[in-house]
Design a protein around this ligand. Sequence first.
Ligand code: SF4
Length: 132
Amino acid sequence: MKEIKYARRNFLQKYLKLVSLLAGSGVILSLKSNTSVTNSNKTRASKNQIAQKLVSQDDLKNPCDDLSKVSAEEIAKRKKLAYVSQSPVENNQCANCNLFIPAPEKPCGACLLFKGPVSPEGHCTYWAPINE
Ligand code: SF4
């Protein structure tokens, strides 16, 4: 009878250890997944803050300079191509570029190279003449 009692006690002790071990690992895994979600939210928030800083630095008098709805990645593309809303090169403007997408009856068009508003008077290093 004693052996059966001890055997049951041993079984219960092992079972409880296993249950507590599994519960502990589950808690650790859920904490880790919550941490990674929090980190991705922080990364997204910091990207939006960078985009907002870039927007506030631009001259918002021109509606084509409003980048509030443009992602940080697209703003980075603009900067990489040295896009400016006023072309420094005479006769080389977005309006006469092969990559410009005009928007009839709107002040801003678009460009095939990046998202967001593009001024018809703008310019970037990829300016290409319209093939006629
Ligand atoms: S490629 Fe450059 S110059 Fe041409 S439309 Fe796009 S931003 Fe303007």
